[in-house]
Design a protein around this ligand. Structure first.
Ligand SMILES: [Fe+2]
Ligand SMILES: [Fe+2]
Length: 259
C-alpha cells in the first residue's frame, strides 16, 4: 500500500512566516501530489497544522485540503489549538476525552494516531488516559501490523533545544510500546528535519516541515536553529515484509535525465 506523510504545515492567516509563505508551500506540495502521486491510498499530516492555532489558518487549511483528493488524517502538534482545530474540523475523529487520537484500519495494517498536544506548551505529553487509549488500541490490533503516528518524538536526537521540547515521560511511552512486534514503523514531525533510524526496536522516519526547517546543529542550547532548507513529503510503501520511505523534494527544479 502506498501512502503519504506530510508534516509541520504551520499555516497562518496569511503572509510570510520566517520569510516564507506556508500556504504557497502547501499549495505546491498538493499540486505535486496531484501530478505524481494521486494514486496514493491516503495521507497523514503529523501536526503543527497551524502556526498559532488561529481559526483563519484552519479555515484556509480545510479549503486547501479539498485539493488532496484522498483520505487525509490530521494530527495536532504543539503549535495547534485542539479546540480551534475541532471547531474547524468538526467531523474529524477524537477519543472519548476529546483528544485528537484515532485509529484507521488500512490495507497495510492499523494506523494509530496520537495527540501529544499540551495546551500552552511546546513539549509533548501522553498522560495516563492517552496512554491507556494507546494500550487498548494496540491490544485491539491483535496480529495486525501497526503504524504509529505522533507529532513529538519520544526520544532525544541531539538537537538540544528541540530535545527539551520533545515528548515528556518517554519511559512511560516506551513501556506501552515495548514488546509489541506488530509495530512496524513510527512516524512523527516536530523536528523539521529528515531523520531516520531505530528506537527501542522500532524503525522511525521523520521529515522536514512544509515551510521552515531546523538546522543541523548539535551545539546551540538556547534557541531553535532555523534554516530555509527545502521541504519534503514522504511516499511510503508499506507491505507485510517491508516499509520503504521515499522523500520527495517537491520544489526541486534540477534537471532529470537518463543515465
Ligand atoms: Fe513544527
Ligand atoms: Fe512541533
Amino acid at each position: 500500500m502506498k501512502f503519504l506523510q506530510i508534516t509541520d504545515l504551520h499555516m497562518n492567516a496569511g503572509g510570510p512566516l520566517y520569510g516564507l509563505d506556508p500556504a504557497e508551500r502547501l499549495a505546491a506540495c498538493i499540486a505535486d501530489i496531484r501530478r505524481t502521486h494521486a494514486d496514493a491510498d491516503r495521507a497523514v499530516i503529523t501536526g503543527d497544522l497551524a502556526h498559532s492555532g488561529d481559526p483563519a489558518a484552519y479555515r484556509r487549511l480545510r479549503e486547501m485540503l479539498q485539493g488532496l483528493e484522498m483520505p487525509t488524517h490530521l494530527l495536532i502538534g504543539n503549535h495547534d489549538s485542539r479546540s480551534e482545530f475541532r471547531k474547524a474540523f468538526p467531523d474529524h475523529p477524537v477519543d472519548s476525552d476529546g483528544n485528537v487520537q484515532f485509529t484507521v484500519d488500512t490495507a497495510a495494517g492499523r494506523f494509530i494516531c496520537l495527540d501529544t498536544n499540551v495546551p500552552g506548551a511546546h513539549h509533548g505529553e501522553l498522560d495516563a488516559a492517552r496512554l491507556r487509549w494507546l494500550t487498548d488500541e494496540l491490544d485491539r490490533a491483535g496480529e495486525k501490523p501497526v503504524y504509529l503516528f505522533m507529532h513529538h518524538p519520544p526520544f532525544d536526537v541531539g538537537i538540544r533545544r528541540m530535545d527539551r521540547i520533545s515528548l515528556r515521560d518517554k519511559a512511560a511511552f516506551a513501556e506501552v510500546v515495548s514488546g509489541r512486534p506488530g509495530i512496524r514503523q513510527l512516524f512523527f514531525g516536530h523536528l523539521h528535519r529528515p531523520i531516520s533510524g531505530m528506537w527501542n526496536g522500532i524503525p522511525f522516519a521523520n521529515l522536514p516541515g512544509m515551510n521552515h526547517q531546523v538546522a543541523l546543529d548539535f551545539e546551540i542550547e538556547d534557541e531553535v536553529p532555523g534554516s530555509h532548507e527545502p521541504p519534503f513529503y514522504a511516499v511510503i510503501f508499506a507491505d507485510p515484509g517491508q516499509t520503504i520511505v521515499h522523500l520527495k523534494n517537491f520544489l526541486d527544479q534540477t534537471n532529470t535525465f537518463h543515465l
